[in-house]
Design a protein around this ligand. Structure first.
Ligand SMILES: CC(C)C(=O)C(=O)O
Length: 518
């Protein structure tokens, strides 16, 4: 059986979603949890992007145990390697990941340099990488739209320079399984066995998983993926799908992994909580209908029992563990032990802050499950400085002619209140808040989802607003979905205040910033 190495890039490529902003401490908590999945390599981020990323990655490198630790550096930028070295020296199993656009379209767009010049840049990058970490991974961006001839020239050059892993990225989600099988198969048959061949797929045509599996079938032994398929546009290849396919078909494929299958459910759910990006009911493995089935009924025959229709049991991928319910009488120590069991490592005062939020929720909701606890931790601990706070919201809606909202906010420590009308309770609350804060961003996304079953479930609201060039997400959770919506809006307004105009790549010229948009 060939071992398939998993490189998790949730915290690097996965979080490149417009508006999504995870706080440094949040990223570290998430990295800890991803490490428990048994992935071989954790790609933590791109340290040259900003001082904040650099600092976060230093802490991550010191804390993360288990997987190798990898960061990204642009082939074109020697300074990236110096910054990466500073991060990687803190981890016992460091590796560096560098890359260059392989297709003419991407080379012309981002580098505006002839192929010969790109070959020279690639070779120098590998050499620089060798000074930074024992293991150098080199990725060919947009590899499957590249001319085969040019791709092979780039490949020869980086192998000659000493790259240990070469990864072929379907950056724009263009490839098909047969195209990938053909190219990867040819390359694997021609290069030395000790070179690791990797695959990095995007999901624009819904083919990220089949394309990744096709590459593995053709001889690749490293797969890049993200939890929940997070990533820009339609996302990246989904870790949970690829691991489960190998768990089910591994024998036939001659492939195995070290992914801890029972950690899939908890880690997918945790990422859903922290990003606000939900699975959708029909998502394979993690969607709420994925393990729901009705007895056959008249379509096939009148059989009362469930048919044998599941290819894996939900308990095999940890999807049913939601913990014994807790309630108002749950003592602090029991609560704290459960938060630790969920994999969070918090400071003493932070457990206490979470417990206060827990008690507030427990006074409204009878049973508190693990999936509620993750919301509580996020709500209590992970937010940007709060210029705006929601103190009070009351709405009148239903069959009345004019829904209205009364809102009390704290703005820079001053208490202000106002009331307003709208087409419904959320509209009334949002219009009133916009007027009070004197900001009128455009609402470009709004969704609400129940966190658990039951009519007393917390509603999780994810929204996205745009003000000028700045797009931010806002997130809220409450048993009252209008309150959750108002919390989400306040969260977004605080992020606009905190991040507005402050972009990670601001210190770079247009030319240098190219890699960040890939
Ligand atoms: C750097 C590479 C692997 C990448 O993220 C992409 O092409 O999407």
């Amino acid at each position: 059986m060939k071992h398939v190495a998993f490189l998790d890039t949730t915290l690097r490529d996965g979080i490149k979603i417009p508006g999504l902003m995870l706080l440094p401490e949040e990223k570290i908590q998430i990295a800890r949890q991803i490490a428990t999945l048994g992935v071989d390599i954790l790609e933590g981020g791109f340290p040259a992007a900003s001082e904040e990323q650099y600092r976060t990655l230093c802490v991550m490198a010191e804390e993360i145990q288990g997987p190798s630790f990898c960061v990204l550096a642009r082939a074109t930028n020697p300074e990236d390697f110096r910054i990466a070295r500073d991060v990687l020296k803190r981890h016992p199993k460091p590796r560096i990941h560098t890359f260059i656009p392989a297709s003419a379209a991407y080379r012309d767009h981002f580098l505006k340099k002839p192929l010969d010049e790109c070959l020279r840049i690639a070779v120098e990058a590998v050499k620089r990488g060798k000074d930074v970490a024992d293991h150098v991974e080199f990725s060919f961006v947009d590899a499957f739209r590249a001319s085969e001839n040019e791709l092979l020239k780039l490949l020869d050059a980086v192998l000659e320079a000493g790259a240990d892993t070469i990864t072929f990225a379907d950056t724009v989600g263009y490839a098909t399984p047969w195209l990938i099988e053909n190219i990867i198969g040819k390359i694997c048959s021609e290069i030395k066995d000790e070179i690791v061949v990797g695959i990095h797929c995007h999901n624009d045509l819904g083919l990220a998983t089949p394309n990744s599996i096709a590459a593995l079938r053709a001889g690749a032994s490293l797969v890049h993926c993200t939890v929940n398929g997070l990533g820009e546009r339609a996302g990246n290849a989904r870790l949970e799908e690829i691991a489960t396919i190998i768990a089910i078909h591994g024998k036939a494929l001659g492939l195995s992994t070290s992914v801890a299958m029972d950690r899939i459910g908890p880690v997918c759910r945790l990422l859903e909580r922290h990003t606000g990006i939900s699975f959708g009911p029909l998502k394979p493995l993690t969607g709420s209908y994925a393990f729901y089935c009705e007895p056959s009924g008249p379509q096939i025959g009148d059989v009362a029992e469930l048919p044998p229709c599941f290819v894996i049991r939900e308990e095999d991928i940890g999807m049913v563990k939601n913990g014994e319910p807790m309630d108002q009488d749950t003592p602090f120590e029991v609560f704290k032990a459960r938060v630790k069991e969920l994999g969070y490592v918090l400071k003493e005062g932070e457990y206490q802050r979470c417990y206060e939020t827990f008690q507030r929720l427990a006074s409204k909701k009878e049973n508190i499950f693990n999936s509620d606890l993750e919301l509580i931790v996020r709500q209590a601990l992970f937010h940007v400085p709060q210029k705006y706070r929601l103190l009070y919201l009351n709405v009148s809606a239903g069959s009345i002619p004019v829904p209205h909202a009364t809102v009390q906010l704290e703005i820079d420590g001053q208490v202000v209140q106002d009331a307003g009308f709208g087409h419904g309770p959320v509209d009334a609350a949002f219009k009133t808040i916009f007027r009070m804060v004197r900001r009128f961003p455009k609402l470009i996304h709004y969704e609400v989802k129940a966190a658990t079953l039951g009519t007393d479930a917390q509603g999780m609201v994810l929204l996205r607003v745009q003000e000028g060039d700045t797009i931010v997400d806002g997130w809220g959770a409450h048993v009252d979905i209008v309150l959750a919506s108002a919390q989400a809006l306040i969260d977004a307004l605080n992020k606009l205040e905190h991040y507005g105009g402050r972009r990670e790549v601001s210190e770079y010229t247009d030319d240098e910033a190219w890699s960040i948009v890939l």
